[in-house]
Design a binder for this molecule. Structure first.
Ligand code: SAH
Length: 234
């Protein structure tokens, strides 16, 4: 009897501890969204709520977990980074995602941006050129229950013909020119958000909109710094 009571106490303590840990991180996320994202002008409620919900700490290596909600990109291995939370929020807002959208992301990295999009849209197809990162991201997304994200290892410059056309394309590595195959795979009425510019320098975050006739217009949203979009033959 005493033994059972003790065991129960141990389990309770453990459960309470885990729940408290999760609550702390939710509080950190709320703070991150308020200070880093809303204060900088992101207003889309669905975007804000996705960023409050997705556990960013699950998408970074153990050594970085305690910095997961800081206002900065973080290393994720293979010389790559998870973007700063504000940039993820800004790109998601610029993409104007809706519940029935089919999205292509180029540059899965940690899988975090894909998870944020997956909170809002119908399905996210995401391509990562580095096979180890693609595997890790697929595994985290599976573990967290994001069954509306499909990850593939490959060169995203050429898009994903099989699932095209896309309502939205989000490019999270910087090409030095606009990849024509991606514009081709955009639906009329669709949007592509991409950093375009010189490697290892500041790029322009640009929004491309394809109208009903197939004409593409673009505008510049902000100066950004992304890792370069590499090609398969690099
Ligand atoms: N969206 C990511 C961050 C991206 S970092 C996140 O939320 O964590 C950019 C990623 O693009 C890197 O992982 C890099 O390996 C990948 N990448 C670079 N060139 C690529 C290409 N041609 N196709 C697909 N992925 C590419």
């Amino acid at each position: 009897m005493i033994r059972r009571a003790l065991m129960l106490a141990v389990f309770c303590a453990h459960d309470v501890g885990a729940a408290a840990g999760d609550l702390d991180r939710a509080a950190e996320r709320a703070e991150m969204v308020a200070r880093q994202i809303q204060d900088r002008g992101v207003q889309n409620e669905q975007v804000l709520s996705a960023l409050r919900k997705v556990p960013r700490h699950e998408f970074v290596p153990d050594s970085e977990k305690r910095y997961a909600y800081r206002d900065t990109p973080l290393p994720i291995g293979e010389g790559q980074t998870i973007s700063q939370p504000y940039i993820v929020a800004l790109m998601t807002e610029l993409a104007r995602p809706g519940p029935s959208d089919r999205v292509l992301e180029v540059g899965t990295g940690s899988g975090y941006q894909a998870a944020v999009l997956a909170e809002i849209v119908d399905h996210v197809y995401t391509i990562e050129i580095e096979p180890t990162l693609a595997e890790q991201a697929a595994e985290v997304l599976r573990r967290l229950g994001y069954d509306n994200v499909t990850v593939r290892a490959g060169d995203g410059y050429v898009g994903w013909e099989e699932h095209a056309p896309f309502d939205i394309i989000v490019v999270t590595a910087a090409p030095d020119h606009i990849p024509q195959p991606l514009l081709d795979q955009l639906k009329p009425g669709g949007r592509m958000v991409a950093p375009v510019g010189p490697v290892h320098s500041t790029q322009e975050l640009r929004v491309f909109e394809k109208d009903a006739t197939g004409k593409v217009i673009s505008k510049t949203a902000a100066p950004v710094r992304f890792v370069p979009l590499r090609r398969r033959h690099d």
